[in-house]
Design a binder for this molecule. Structure first.
Ligand SMILES: [Zn+2]
Length: 223
């Protein structure tokens, strides 16, 4: 998870919000369990703006999402906040894993991190990584609950992060091989900035895990 800078509301929502919400409110009068229309909040213009907010990544786990893998999550669940069904600030881009979250009844939002309101520093105070495994910072209940709620430590998530970590390790081995061949013990500026530190930029998948990995294994990059 990294902080998400939310872009301005897409025009379609500004134009249609009231009309869509009114229809949904009417639907709920007959069926309190009715769901909002996903073809509306999943409008192309809304999806594209969410893509741009997170560089095509899940807001929660930082997996890069393509095509059908993208889902739109109501951060405050429709069951507890039906009035936010079409509210821009409540729509988050999510992968299927994270969208399959524990409900408010089990883990309330007040117990978890919110990528749109919590800063990177706040996120790092609560969650960290041991290689591909995500873990809560010591004594962080919020870290634990965030990992649980969005199932950030599922086997599938570990596997995807492990694959990405292999890419970083391969890059490191490649660079270290060059250093041995060239009898030098320092990275070039290009190796540092364009190859290694690039992995922790916010447009990259799993950038927080990558940062933790680089800080642990290549501390000289941060001096
Ligand atoms: Zn996810």
């Amino acid at each position: 998870m990294r902080h998400i800078d939310r872009l301005p509301e897409p025009q379609i929502l500004t134009d249609k919000h009231d009309e869509w919400q009114k229809k949904f409110d009417e639907k709920r009068k007959n069926n309190p369990n009715a769901r909002p229309d996903s073809t509306k909040y999943g409008n192309k213009n809304i999806r594209e703006t969410l893509d741009s907010c997170s560089h095509f990544k899940c807001f929660y786990c930082e997996a890069t999402l393509k095509g059908d893998l993208k889902e739109i999550d109501h951060f405050k669940e429709v069951a507890i906040a039906p009035e936010l069904a079409y509210t821009w600030s409540n729509l988050y881009l999510s992968c299927h894993n994270c969208n399959d979250k524990y409900s408010h009844d089990v883990i309330p939002l007040s117990d978890v991190l919110d990528p749109c309101s919590d800063t990177d520093n706040e996120i790092k105070k609560n969650i960290t990584f041991e290689d591909e495994c995500i873990c809560a910072q010591p004594d962080s209940k919020k870290g634990l609950q965030t990992i649980r709620k969005f199932r950030l430590n599922s086997d599938a998530q570990d596997f995807k992060r492990l694959k990405w970590l292999k890419r970083i390790k391969d890059e490191v081995i490649d660079i270290q091989g060059k250093m041995i061949n060239e009898a030098r013990n320092q990275f070039t500026e290009e190796e540092e900035k364009k190859s290694l530190l690039r992995f922790m930029q916010r447009d990259q998948p799993y950038s927080l895990m990558s940062e933790m990995y680089l800080r642990k294994h290549l501390p000289s990059l941060f001096i």
